[in-house]
Design a protein around this ligand. Structure first.
Ligand code: HEM
Length: 225
C-alpha cells in the first residue's frame, strides 16, 4: 500500500489511515447494531428493514446498488486498517531489534497487545458471521430473505450465542482502545480533554456492546422467539 495512499510510508500517516478507516468501521458497527435491534419489534419489522436495505438508493441505483457501495467501502477500510496495523507492528519490532535490557511492560504496550489479539478475533468473527448470517453456509437452517428466522434459530444454539458473546467482548476491547487512541492519531489530544476522551470511549463501547449482547441473550432467555 506504500505509495498508493498519500504519505502512507510513515508511521504517523499509517496511524492516520487507521484512524480514518476505524471511524468508517465504527460508524458501520453502530448503525448495524441499531438496525439489528429491530429484532425486538418482530419478524415483519426486521425482515422489511433488511429488504429496504436492498432497495434503498433506487431507482437511481440498481437493486442492492447502495448496499454494494457500502460493502466496497467496508472491504477497502478493513484491508487498509489491517494492513496498517500489521505494518506498524513490523516497524515497531524492527525499531526494537536490540531489545530491552529489562522488559518493563508499559500501558501503551498493553494496549497495543490488546488491540492485536482483539483485532484478530474480530476479523475471524466477521468471516464466521458472514458464513453464518449472510451466506448461510455455517447455519443449520438458513432461509434466504428471512433474517428474523436466521438470527433467532441461529442464536437458539448455545454454542453459536457463546461465540457471538465472546466476539462482542473482543470487539468491546478493540473499540475502547481504538476510540481512545483515535484522538492521538488525529493529533486532537490534550491533557485537558483526557477525561472527555475516556467518557466518549467508554460510552460508545458500552452502547455497542450492550446492544449487540442483548440479541443472543434475549433469544436464549426466550424473550425473542
Ligand atoms: C449480535 C450481533 C449481530 C447480529 C445479530 C448481526 C446480524 C446480521 C445479519 C442478520 C446480517 C445479514 C443481513 C442481511 O442479509 O440482510 C448481518 C450482516 C453483516 N454483519 Fe452483522 N450482526 C451482528 C454483529 C456484527 C458485528 C459486530 C459486525 C462487525 C464487526 C457485523 C458485520 C456485518 C457485516 C459486514 C455484514 C454483511 C453486510 C452485507 O454485506 O449485507 N455484524 N449481520
Amino acid at each position: 500500500m506504500n505509495g498508493t495512499l498519500p504519505g502512507y510510508g510513515t508511521a504517523v500517516s499509517k496511524k492516520f489511515w487507521m484512524a480514518i478507516t476505524g471511524i468508517i468501521l465504527f460508524a458501520y458497527v453502530l448503525v448495524h447494531m441499531i438496525g439489528n435491534l429491530k429484532l425486538f419489534q418482530g419478524p415483519e419489522k426486521l425482515n422489511s428493514y433488511a429488504e429496504w436495505l436492498r432497495q434503498v438508493g433506487g431507482p437511481v441505483l440498481p437493486p442492492s446498488g447502495l448496499l454494494w457501495i457500502v460493502r466496497g467501502v467496508l472491504l477497502i477500510s478493513v484491508v487498509i486498517h489491517t494492513a496498517a496495523a500489521f505494518q506498524l507492528t513490523v516497524m515497531n519490532r524492527q525499531a526494537r531489534r536490540i531489545g530491552y535490557v529489562r522488559f518493563v511492560p508499559l500501558a501503551s504496550n498493553y494496549a497495543a497487545r490488546t488491540m492485536r489479539w482483539s483485532g484478530v478475533i474480530v476479523l475471524l468473527f466477521i468471516v464466521y458471521h458472514l458464513l453464518h448470517l449472510t451466506w448461510g453456509t455455517a447455519h443449520r437452517d438458513f432461509r434466504p430473505g428471512d433474517v428474523y428466522h436466521n438470527v433467532v434459530s441461529g442464536f437458539q444454539n448455545v454454542w453459536v450465542s457463546a461465540a457471538y458473546v465472546a466476539a462482542q467482548l473482543a470487539l468491546g476491547f478493540h473499540l475502547y482502545h481504538g476510540l481512545w487512541s483515535l484522538f492521538q492519531s488525529m493529533g486532537w489530544n490534550h491533557m485537558r480533554f483526557n477525561r472527555w476522551r475516556k467518557i466518549f470511549a467508554v460510552s460508545f463501547t458500552a452502547i455497542i456492546a450492550i446492544g449487540n449482547l442483548s440479541l443472543p441473550i434475549a433469544v436464549l432467555l426466550g424473550v425473542v422467539s
